[in-house]
Design a protein around this ligand. Structure first.
Ligand code: ZN
Length: 84
């Protein structure tokens, strides 16, 4: 255990909002991600404004993630279900 100041260079990181890509689960600056929301039909569509209310899904710009997100289905939440 060390309390010295010789840590990695994370102290000077600017305060930017960070979100996690739902596919690769890496973290990116929110501005670098594409936000999806569910439309009235329950389909995921791009939230161009990034400000639509409700649950949002963030996907990074890796082609692999975009491809996998095409078949991504958000897990339906069940009441009281604690088991995965
Ligand atoms: Zn990703």
């Amino acid at each position: 255990m060390t309390t010295s100041s010789a840590g990695p260079a994370d102290a000077a990181a600017p305060h930017v909002p960070v979100r996690m890509c739902v596919i690769c689960r890496e973290r990116f600056a929110k501005a670098a991600l594409t936000r999806y929301v569910k439309d009235e039909h329950g389909n995921l569509s791009i939230d161009a404004s990034m400000t639509s209310p409700g649950r949002g899904w963030y996907v990074c710009d890796k082609p692999e993630c975009a491809r996998r997100f095409a078949s991504y289905r958000p897990a339906a939440r069940r009441k009281g279900g604690k088991n995965a």
